[in-house]
Design a protein. Sequence first.
Length: 136
Amino acid sequence: MKNNKGFSTAEIIIAIIIIIFFSGLIAGTYYNYYISNSAKTRNARASLCIVDVIENVKAMEYEKIDEQSVKNKIDEMYENNILPKQYTVTADIQKYNEIEGNEEKLDLIKIIKVKVIYEVGNDEKELEISSIVTKE
């Protein structure tokens, strides 16, 4: 008579294969969630960097807003740990009356374009937002 106590080797191997398969699915799902959440968090932080720069520029006197003064302001924000070092922040300033077709207008508006470059995993992402600064 055959003894039916316990599991056979084939049953144990099949059980291990099933456990490994489902563990891989769970790990893959968790990894995708982590990458997605990380990308959203970094994108939100990049947006905050842009808003911080724009607010600081808008707090400056209108006549003092130019490429160099904004670059100095961004460098100061890095030094004061307002902007994280993992994000590369640049800004371009353009007077509205220097745009083609607007040369006859008064110097009352400046356009600021702030760009942030950051990494998510192995990908380099870029976010750019424009705003205007008006003369009071």
